[in-house]
Design a protein around this ligand. Structure first.
Ligand code: NOJ
Length: 596
């Protein structure tokens, strides 16, 4: 069904062609589009190949109205500090209409802003200001599932079994004599069964629907052309508004194996998790199915309809990297998050191996490598890197976790790891707060937790709230300047004054100064478009390479490493002698004699 023939209620709301522009916005009178100076000036630049993309988690970034949840106006007011930091683009986690049962990854209207975050006009202002500051804007697209509050899903429930409305989702009859058993044995990533039984209008138990995540996130059926057409229009809606691209949620999950066969996970190794986002690349019938690729080819072409260089970034927990590379073939997406890199322990040998593997896999298909250490789904690397065996993704850390990360060790390693990451060629992702060295918040009371993972595991997994606590801006003020009322949707620790931006700005040696210097030098020296040339002779624990004129040395071991003669560009600790201590990284320009 084409969009034109879809019933009016299915159309995305707030089409830009019919809305009134927010005050101060420039609308091109001929095209009726928001004028986007960045798009016009940089056609063909492929800016994303080397971009540092800063992830904003809107509910925890800056709160302009003081209700304890961050919002778009708050983000806009803080954009200048991101421009000063030196990033190239922002990625906004979902701010769309949503009941917020999975912090916005449960979308009830893809083309509107949830009132807790503001309005579409607030978004336009944010985007305009970001572009004025030279920052690209990437929004989050959540196509694998909608919210159960989405009008498509409520219509599907009302329409009954066998209806076209139900065919947009994955409804199935149950097994057993009376359909009392779920259609297969799939488990939700968040814990528990991946199926929920519906109740028919007459009160009798009805069909089941699939949800790879929470029961409030029913999976769409992407074999249905109607679903595909809706999403084409959703993409166009945001592209017309001037966004520079999309981060695509669960980009490895949209197609399921025909017939929805049971899945029997292979015997798990220690630390592996049957409910993980990835699993064994070969066998999981809902992950990494070949059918997803035609969707991305379609979207790639759709992006080409628009001016400027727009980008698709895949959130695909696919291993090995040689397989993930299929997501970024020349006619598919442009980038894919490198979670294999994120999950690499602080070990010289393992880091060198994953860097080599990444560059080989991505460059094999002409895509840039990406690098990421933290995001809103994982334990912040400041804490994770201090643990020998961090809990699996999604499990989180909490008051009863043992051992607990050593904060000082974690911060040292995180600073070293970030400096190493920012020297690598390709595109790097920075998660809000990591430039402040924020640790995972471990002592959140159970009563404040909100991640469905916590509830669906009956509290046995802490979930992801610990990396989502609102970030500190100003020491000694209510909510550390997150807002002016002191409200915060997750409680902030009482000892965060030293992490606050105001405590670090312009302070030599602070984590913020480290990131600012690294981003400035990365840009000035073109490291994002450079290459890795390994330097030999440093031993297993040391990662040493040359990128352009910069020599990068990271010491993951315990023994200090002798440094070549050179001028230090930036280092993760102040170096007083020509030796690099444990858990530190340095960028330096070697003196000529070093080259001889
Ligand atoms: C991945 C997102 O990053 C995560 O936060 C979310 O819970 C799941 N996808 C489901 O949308």
């Amino acid at each position: 069904m084409t969009l034109e023939s879809a019933p009016e209620s299915e159309l995305p709301t707030n089409d830009p062609l019919t809305r009134t522009p927010a005050e101060g916005l420039v609308i091109d009178p001929v095209l009726d589009l928001i004028v986007d100076p960045l798009a016009e000036s940089n056609k063909g630049s492929e800016w994303w190949r080397s971009a540092v993309i800063y992830q904003i988690y809107p509910r925890s970034f800056a709160d302009s109205d003081g209700d304890g949840v961050g919002d778009l106006a708050g983000i806009t007011s803080r954009l200048p500090s991101l421009a000063t930091l030196g990033i190239d683009a922002i990625w906004l986690s979902p701010f769309f209409t949503s009941p917020q049962r999975d912090a916005g990854y449960d979308v009830a209207d893809y083309c509107d802003v949830d009132p807790i975050f503001g309005t579409l006009e607030d978004f336009d202002r944010l985007e305009q200001e970001a572009h004025r500051l030279g920052l690209r804007v990437i929004v989050d697209l959540v196509p694998n599932h909608t919210s159960s509050d989405h009008r498509w899903f409520t219509a599907a429930l009302a329409a009954g079994a066998g209806s076209p409305e139900r065919a947009r989702y994955m409804f199935r009859d149950g097994k057993g004599n009376n359909g009392e058993l779920p259609p297969n044995n799939w488990q939700s990533v968040f814990g528990g069964e991946a199926w929920t039984r519906t109740t028919d209008p007459d009160g009798r138990p009805g069909q089941w629907y699939l949800h790879l995540f929470d029961s409030s996130q029913p999976d769409l059926d992407w074999s249905n052309e109607w679903v595909r057409e809706q999403f084409r229009e959703i993409l166009r809606f945001w592209l017309r508004r001037g966004v520079d691209g999309f981060r695509v949620d669960v980009a490895h999950g949209m197609i399921k194996v025909e017939g929805l066969p049971d899945y029997f996970a292979p015997t798990l190794e220690d630390g592996e998790d049957a409910n993980s986002m990835g699993g064994d690349a070969a066998a999981v019938p809902y992950w990494a199915q070949p059918g997803v690729h035609e969707i991305y080819r379609d979207w790639h072409q759709l992006l080409e309809e628009f001016d400027g260089d727009r980008v698709l970034c895949a959130e695909a927990w696919v291993q090995p990297l040689s397989k993930l590379a299929n997501w970024v073939r020349p006619d598919e997406m442009h980038q894919a998050f490198n979670f294999s890199y994120l999950e690499t322990p602080w070990s010289g040998n393992e880091i060198r191996a994953i860097v080599d593997e990444s560059i080989e896999a991505f460059s094999g298909v002409g895509a840039p490598s990406t690098w990421v250490l933290s995001n809103h789904d994982v334990i912040r690397h400041t804490s994770r890197l201090a643990l020998d065996s961090p809990p699996p993704q999604g499990a989180g850390l909490g008051p009863l976790s043992e051992p607990k990360p050593d904060e000082a060790l974690g911060l040292a390693r995180a600073r070293a790891a970030s400096l190493l990451m920012l020297a690598l060629p390709g595109s790097a992702y920075v998660y809000q707060g990591e430039e402040l060295g924020l640790p995972e918040v471990i002592n959140l009371p159970d009563a404040s937790r909100q991640d469905p993972t916590f509830f669906r595991h009956n509290g046995e997994k802490y979930g992801r709230d610990g990396c989502r606590v609102p970030i500190p801006w100003e020491a000694g003020t209510p909510a550390y300047g997150f807002n002016s009322t002191g409200e915060s949707w997750l409680p902030q620790p009482s000892d965060w004054d030293d992490y606050a931006r105001s405590s670090q700005e312009g302070v030599p040696g602070s984590t913020l100064s480290l990131y600012t210097a690294a981003l400035r030098e990365r840009r000035a020296r073109g490291l994002g478009l450079g290459s890795v040339e390994w330097l030999e002779g440093y031993g297993d624990d040391v990662v040493a390479f040359r990128n352009g004129d910069v020599v990068v040395i990271a010491n993951t071991g315990q023994v200090a490493v002798e440094l070549p003669v050179g001028d230090i560009v930036v280092s993760s600790v102040a170096l007083s002698e020509a030796a690099l201590p444990a858990d530190t990284t340095v960028w330096l320009i070697p003196r000529p004699e070093y080259d001889d």
